[in-house]
Design a protein around this ligand. Structure first.
Ligand code: ADP
Ligand code: MG
Ligand code: MG
Length: 888
């Protein structure tokens, strides 16, 4: 096994082996771009080290051989006293990862070679500056010395001299600083700064390997769902110097604007500087465009290289470069990060430039980015005061009065106030407050904290871990520096950027939603450009996708919106939503009915109302399928709360004026009370024990369809039976339904062709799907219940209690209610699809759980061969896009 690759041996597709940085350094080398020579130690070597605690035996010699080759090529040896070869040791994993070891520059300098370097460069100051940087970086990142000690010494040296920037320290000052730095190392690390260059290099390599497992790195990987066993590569790169005077410098650049996608010159440059100086902000950088007047030749060359990179990578690249005495060197490139809006624009720009095709353009964007573009946003043209910044945990723009406890959040929101719940961190006791609040802000915790997980589950705006903010729950206020925000003061929380503002920042609707709604107003050029890009990408997606996309909707308004958003029907109409409000009483009557007459009267009262609902719904979805699910939830949901009612009755009895109805109600509530309502009397079980209930619903559907037919409409109703576990249940319900439908057809003189199918949402249903398909014309996977029953936990309970712990321990990378659990729940779906189709080849297959709008899940449903996904109206564009990406 080969553990070391020269830059000339790799290429950009070897990221697994060489890490992102190493693979791209090799790619640039092979493109003939000016990259300082060097080599890369593979992630495989790192893995051996992490597994066994020791570097592979061959590594030392292999590194030695590559180093010798590098030395021959450069005509000097590492740390050679009269003319030292210097190198940088740079970490580089497959995914760029904050929390990994920083790069160490200038390896090879020592008390002896610093003199040689000064002589060779004809610049003493430069040599000592490089040496003090080495001791500082090496001390901090390899030997674990507290970095502040170096910073303080540097500050003191500047102060003593009366200067403010490091370039004003001369060789003598820096020489003194080096002595001080070495003492700091000895004192703090308990060992001297190593003078042997190979020892410096080897220690640095080992430190890079070790940095894979720092707490910060591990935390980051868990949050970003990066596997923990990839390991990191290590790049050894011969040094070039940007700190050799005013004709030298270092910079960063983008090949196009990462915010808008526009082509142009974007970047920063800093003269006479090394490495991180540009981003560290120690001196003011200049805009990259100014390099043209500083060093035209290098500037022109850089522009040409940027063009080469763009056409080669066919994408926006970001780069790091250094100029050493007029000679340009490329030190890094990668496909650059960009905003969600820029992703869409760049994808279409690249299509127009002929660099990529439409299928590739679809891979350059994703549903999460589209979802981000659909949230309302703050209008930043209005003045706003930034309070702080945290992790963008759950997107959206929320404005409200600051409250610091859940009780107040609930109380205020009941009286019509909008509130932002601010806590140091949240726990299950905060649930009521979180529900009541417009948005949630915490000063502690990351993407998997309780606040973040629960807020995302509720679709509520949340910023967490805003660490500058000091939350004082006792005094009901927060402080940031000198600013104090008291309970009741207005704050604005941007869950898409993680920023928190003082006061009310105005909110504007997303132009992308305005576009989907067909209300896109002209005039805003920037928005028009974004909308045009989204429009084109959506058209590509619609052209290639195989999955159809339906909506979960149960009223005409949602249905019409869904249609505007591109829904191709309704995949789930929940009829229980039609029994709320004033109709609740009618359901109560049905539940309390003692006699057949009473029950029939109650059903007769409900029938016309249901029918009217369906007529409206079929009209708004004319020509498209509408899947109506018969009543699903446990009946107690329609009755008063058991505790409240008990108290009311007890009070009334003590006053001796208990009313008959309340007593009956209480009896019924007791009778229907269940320990596990989720697993109790619900779904098809209701239909089987409450005579006439399902028949009434089927009649309402059939009569509504007949009505639409007679009005020259094109209703396409599908009747769906929930919570079936065995084919017998379905057969019994079907028999009755077929009879009712035949009656309606007869009475109205229509032919309705209603489809009858079932949800597959219990493990037993999935396991016996082959039998169930005998009685079902379609399956719709209810992945919410299926997830609950396969895992054996109730969604309403677990998300607030132990999910955070599970996410933190890495048991889940993501909640199985958010993204389908492919190995467990997904496996059942897959086998049920196969069994169902084996019985009935024309079986229609869909999914109507929360997962229908989740990008990763959509890909899975495409892959297992479903016909459609159904999701909430707002997720439809995301599902369309992801279905297209899955098929492209
Ligand atoms: P990061 O992953 O944090 O970007 P890098 O390995 O790219 O770390 O290095 C940090 C800084 O040091 C960058 O500005 C880079 O350009 C610079 N640098 C790295 N290697 C060399 C080198 N051989 N010569 C000059 N500068 C270098
Ligand atoms: Mg870099
Ligand atoms: Mg269900």
């Amino acid at each position: 096994q080969k553990f070391v690759y020269d830059f000339t041996e790799g290429n950009k597709d070897l990221k697994d082996l060489l890490g992102g940085k190493g693979a791209n350094l090799a790619e640039m080398t092979n493109l003939g771009l000016p990259v300082p020579p060097g080599f890369t130690i593979t992630t495989e070597a790192c893995k051996v080290y992490l597994d066994s605690g020791e570097e592979p035996a061959e590594l030392r010699d292999e590194v030695g051989a590559h180093l010798a080759a590098l030395e021959r090529r450069m005509g000097k040896t590492l740390g050679q006293a009269d003319d030292p070869l210097l190198v940088s040791v740079r970490s580089g994993a497959k995914f760029s990862m904050p929390g990994m070891m920083d790069t160490v520059l200038n390896i090879g300098l020592s008390d002896a070679s610093v003199v040689g370097l000064a002589a060779q460069a004809g610049d003493e100051r430069f040599a000592w500056d490089s040496y003090r940087r080495l001791i500082q970086m090496f001390g901090k990142t390899v030997l674990g010395v507290d970095g502040d000690l170096f910073e303080e010494a540097l500050e003191a040296a500047k102060e003593a001299k009366g200067v403010t920037v490091d370039v004003d320290l001369d060789a003598a000052d820096l020489k003194k600083l080096v002595e001080q730095f070495k003492k700091i190392v000895t004192r703090d690390a308990g060992r001297d700064f190593p003078q042997d260059p190979r020892e410096q290099m080897d220690l640095a390599i080992k430190a890079v390997f070790d940095s894979w497992n720092t707490d910060r790195a591990k935390l980051y990987r868990r949050q970003e769902r990066i596997p923990g066993d990839l390991g990191t590569a290590v790049n050894i790169c011969s040094m070039v110097f940007g700190n050799l005077g005013p004709d030298s410098g270092t910079g960063v650049a983008f090949t196009r604007d990462p915010a808008s996608g526009h082509q142009g010159v974007y970047g920063d440059y800093l003269q006479n500087a090394q490495g991180e100086d540009v981003v560290a902000g120690i001196r003011n950088t200049v805009a990259l465009a100014e390099l043209e007047s500083i060093d035209k030749a290098s500037y022109d060359q850089l522009m040409k290289i940027m063009e080469t990179l763009e056409t080669h990578y066919k994408d926006l690249c970001d780069i790091e470069f250094t100029i050493e005495r007029g000679q340009l060197w490329m030190l890094q490139t990668r496909v650059g990060k960009r905003t969600a809006g820029a992703a869409f624009r760049i994808a279409t720009q690249l299509v127009d430039q002929g660099l990529i095709d439409e299928a590739e353009a679809l891979q350059r964007v994703n549903g999460a980015q589209l979802a981000q573009l659909m949230f309302p946003r703050f209008d930043h043209s209005a003045a706003s005061v930034l309070l702080g910044r945290g992790i963008a945990a759950s997107p959206g723009a929320a404005v409200g009065k600051a409250v610091f406890d859940s009780y107040t959040a609930v109380k205020w929101s009941r009286s019509g106030e909008k509130v932002i719940l601010i806590r140091r961190e949240t726990n299950p006791d905060d649930l009521d407050g979180m529900i009541a609040a417009e948005g949630i802000l915490t000063s502690r915790g990351g993407k998997t904290s309780h606040a973040a997980v629960v807020a995302r589950g509720m679709g509520k705006t949340c910023v967490c871990g805003a660490e500058e903010i000091e939350v004082d729950t006792k005094r009901r206020r927060l402080t940031v520096g000198d600013t104090v925000v008291e309970e009741g003061d207005l704050v604005s929380v941007d869950g898409s950027t993680g920023k928190v503002y003082l006061g009310e920042v105005p909110v504007v609707p997303s132009p992308v939603v305005e576009y989907f709604e067909g209300r896109m107003h002209a005039g805003a050029d920037d928005a028009d450009e974004l909308v045009a890009a989204v429009h084109r990408i959506m058209a590509y997606a619609d052209r290639v996708r195989r999955l159809r996309v339906r909506a979960n909707a149960d009223n005409a308004e949602d249905a019409s919106r869904a249609r505007r958003f591109g829904a191709q029907g309704i995949g789930l109409c929940r009829t229980e939503h039609m029994f709320l409000g004033e109709r609740r009483e009618m359901v109560e009557k049905l539940i309390l009915a003692d006699t057949d007459d009473e029950r029939e009267a109650a059903l007769d009262a409900l029938l016309p109302l249901q029918k009217a609902d369906f007529i409206e719904l079929f009209e708004s979805m004319d020509g498209l399928p509408v899947t109506v699910r018969l009543l699903d939830p446990p009946l107690h949901e329609f009755l008063p709360d058991i505790t409240e009612l008990s108290v009311r009755v007890a009070l009334a009895e003590s006053r001796k004026d208990a009313n008959e109805n309340d007593l009956r109600l209480l009896q019924a509530v007791h009778k229907l009370h269940e320990q596990n309502p989720m697993l109790g009397l619900r779904g098809v079980r209701l239909g089987l024990v409450i005579p006439g209930l399902f028949a009434m619903q089927v009649r309402a559907i059939a009569e509504a369809a007949a009505h639409r037919k007679n009005a020259k409409g094109d209703p396409r109703a599908e009747i769906m039976i929930p919570l079936v576990g065995t084919v017998q249940e379905l057969e019994i319900v079907r028999e009755e339904a077929d009879r009712v439908i035949a009656e309606v057809e007869e009475a109205t003189g229509t032919e309705l062709r209603l489809k009858i199918g079932t949800m597959i949402e219990l493990p037993r249903a999935a396991l016996t799907a082959g039998q169930i398909a005998e009685a079902a014309q379609f399956f719709s996977f209810g992945t919410n219940d299926l997830t609950q029953t396969v895992w054996g936990f109730s969604r309403d309970d677990v998300e607030a209690s132990f999910f955070t712990a599970y996410l933190e321990k890495g048991i889940f990378g993501v909640s199985p209610f958010e993204t389908i659990d492919k190995d467990g729940v997904g496996a059942l779906v897959r086998s049920a699809v196969e069994a169902g189709r084996a019985t009935r080849p024309d079986l229609k297959l869909g999914i109507c759980g929360e997962h229908g709008g989740d990008p990763e899940s959509v890909h899975f449903f495409h892959e297992v061969g479903l016909d459609y996904v159904s999701c909430s109206p707002f997720r439809i564009p995301v599902a369309r896009l992801e279905a297209g990406r899955a098929a492209a």
